[in-house]
Design a protein around this ligand. Structure first.
Ligand code: KIV
Ligand code: NA
Length: 278
């Protein structure tokens, strides 16, 4: 299987074939996501929340992103991988921005990068595109700006806000973005922006009018010690509970000496070397 290209993604929009994107941050999750047949993987800075235990994406560093992108790539060698540029890494000079983009591509083996923001970041988007790097835009609720936005709120509720979102989307398209994530945008506004753009939109909490959908892996399968319901998520498995119960059973078996059993143990005449690791 070949990874999709940005040309294929645009064709998918034209053919009304919804684009699927799921986050992954390490080898086994990326491998399982690739095996499940997803179109694109996002190594999101949501890893700060869901795998590093921070309460926002702000503490995530470029070193974190490179490390996790490399691990995800080892699991998903045949999937188009987008890596997030972390907080404040694309706001000073073009040279500094391009160096971090280079690291995600060259050390992390990403196919593309994502940046949050609209018209104000088009200088950086344009510089990346000119350097040959596909850029995924991201507007609406942009978690790296949570302190400026005053919380995780729905975007596009007023006419002015909707107009600004459309202008930002068009500016990103002009700057060469290959697609745009719309996060927590009212469904009418997201559908309107999707119609007005020639590049695909990928929604999260932005309704069915987007050209694709993205969700966080840990939300889809409830991989969290304290999963909280979110209206824009649909969960398809509960591996948090499965893991907790599995570990509880293991602990109980050790305490009661039910594990290891005879089949898990070795005798001198056994020759199990080739099966030692399953
Ligand atoms: O970091 C992330 O997972 C994201 C998606 C929610 C779009 O940016
Ligand atoms: Na992100």
């Amino acid at each position: 299987k070949q990874p999709v290209s940005i040309v294929k993604l645009k064709n998918m929009k034209e053919n009304k074939d919804p684009i699927t994107m799921v986050t992954a941050y390490d080898y086994p999750t990326a491998a399982l996501v690739e095996q499940a047949g997803v179109d694109t993987i996002l190594v999101g800075d949501s890893l700060g929340n869901v795998v590093l235990g921070y309460d926002s994406t702000l503490p995530v560093t470029i070193d974190d992103m490179v490390y996790h992108t490399r691990a995800a790539r080892r699991g998903a060698p045949n999937t188009f991988i987008v890596a997030d540029m972390p907080f404040m890494t694309y706001h000073s000079t073009v040279a500094e921005t391009l160096n971090d983009v280079r690291r995600l591509m060259q050390e992390g083996h990403a196919n593309a990068v994502k940046m949050e923001g609209g018209a104000e970041i088009t200088l950086m988007v344009d510089a990346c595109v000119k350097a040959g790097v596909p850029v995924l835009g991201h507007i609406g609720l942009t978690p790296q700006s949570v302190h400026q936005l005053g919380g995780y709120r729905i975007q596009g509720k007023t006419k002015e806000d909707a107009d600004r979102l459309l202008q930002d989307a068009l500016a990103l398209e002009r700057a060469g973005a290959f697609a745009i994530v719309l996060e927590l945008v009212t469904d009418q506004v997201a559908a309107y922006i999707s119609e007005r753009l020639s590049i695909p939109t990928i929604g999260i909490g932005a309704g069915a009018g987007c050209d694709g959908q993205v969700l966080v892996f840990h939300d889809i399968v409830r991989f969290s010690p304290d999963y909280r319901e979110k209206r824009f998520v649909k969960t398809y498995a509960d591996i948090g509970t499965t893991i907790r119960e599995g570990i509880q059973s293991y602990v109980q078996d050790v305490k009661t000496r039910a594990f290891p059993a005879e089949v898990n143990s070795f005798r001198a005449e056994d020759n199990v070397v080739e099966h030692l690791y399953g």
